[in-house]
Design a binder for this molecule. Structure first.
Ligand SMILES: Nc1nc2c(ncn2[C@@H]2O[C@H](COP(=O)(O)OP(=O)(O)O)[C@@H](O)[C@H]2O)c(=O)[nH]1
Ligand SMILES: [Mg+2]
Ligand SMILES: [Zn+2]
Length: 296
């Protein structure tokens, strides 16, 4: 038996890539098709490669066993992810900082490392970029700037992706597929606006697929989303998913401080000092959402 990774799953067939980069189409044993044991992209498996021979000219391999998962991302459904790359364009569509924070909370909840890639720098004037630098004072995540159009920052992006399994997240149209194509033209991912795609008559539904990078590592391109909800989260745990609050833990006057309007709140005292004000605004707004839903 050989070890490999499921890189594609469709219609009961699984494409398994072995350590040499060789890919095999496989079927799965019955118990790997149902419930929590059902195989998904990213799963590491033990499989029997297809036995080539006259009785089985282009037969399928058989997946015998799924190896334990280190994590499981729900959207897109992918196992064993190392990190989340939050991709956003600076313009067209405009950068949505709050949506970035929302994705970062979900990354923290899954225990994933995350970084931010601000794309389409070619559409942004120099003075706008320096305004963004000010906005990002004490920002608690790594931020890189790219342009898929003129190649700015692609080396930095490649450096971040190297050797990792990365899920690309971000709204439709920010340039996720374009960035991957610019890094590796052989991927030939479909790009453009949704309406363009419909006009061209291409089908828009896509399965998550693990794409191998020549530089090492793999990426999952996603179609993008417009809404991200916090189901499964509550107001009590939200602060845990703002890593910049961590050094201040236990320093507020009240043990169950929500860091909103309490006196002697170490978090509120640090806003604009060691804490990024915009991030704190997002925190407050998310707490407001939980209050509305009655989960605080
Ligand atoms: N000006 C500019 N346009 C870009 C850039 N990256 C992508 N685009 C354009 O933005 C549109 C959406 O890109 P696409 O890669 O499909 O976005 P995705 O939905 O996030 O995968 C396409 O028309 C691209 O040509 C960039 O860096 N600069
Ligand atoms: Mg795309
Ligand atoms: Zn507090």
């Amino acid at each position: 038996m050989q070890q490999g990774k499921v890189v594609k799953a469709a219609g009961g067939f699984f494409t398994v890539r072995d350590e040499h980069g060789e890919e095999y189409v496989c079927r799965a044993r019955g118990m790997l098709k149902r419930g929590s044991k059902s195989l998904i992209v990213g799963d590491n498996v033990l499989f029997e490669p297809p036995q080539k021979g006259p009785s089985c000219p282009d037969g399928e391999g058989i997946i015998e066993k799924m190896l334990p998962r280190s994590n499981l991302l729900q959207r897109p459904r992918v196992a064993n992810v190392d990190q989340l790359a939050v991709i956003m364009s600076l313009r067209s569509p405009d950068c949505d900082w709050q949506l970035i924070s929302r994705m970062l909370v979900l990354a923290e909840k899954e225990g994933l490392f995350a970084f931010i890639c601000l794309n389409k720098t070619d559409l942004t004037a120099k003075n706008e970029l320096s305004k963004i630098d000010d906005l990002l004072d004490n920002y608690p995540y790594k931020v890189i700037y790219t342009s898929a159009l003129n190649g700015t920052g692609l080396d930095k992006l490649e450096e971040c992706l190297k050797g990792q399994c990365t899920v690309l997240a971000g709204p439709s149209g920010v340039g996720k597929s374009s960035l991957l194509n610019a890094l590796q033209p052989g991927l030939a991912l479909q790009t453009g606006t949704v309406s363009d795609k419909i006009k061209r008559g291409r089908h828009t539904t896509r399965q998550a697929e693990l794409l191998t990078l020549q530089a090492g590592g793999s990426v999952v391109d996603t179609p993008g989303f417009t809404r991200l909800d916090f189901s499964g989260l509550d107001g009590d745990s939200l602060a845990d998913y703002f890593p910049e609050f961590e050094p201040l833990r236990g320093q507020c006057g009240f043990r169950d401080c929500r860091h909103i309007s309490e006196h002697k709140c170490a978090v509120q005292e640090e806003i604009g000092i060691s804490l990024n004000p915009m991030r704190y605004e997002h925190y407050k707004s998310f707490i407001g959402e939980f209050e509305k839903q009655g989960v605080y």
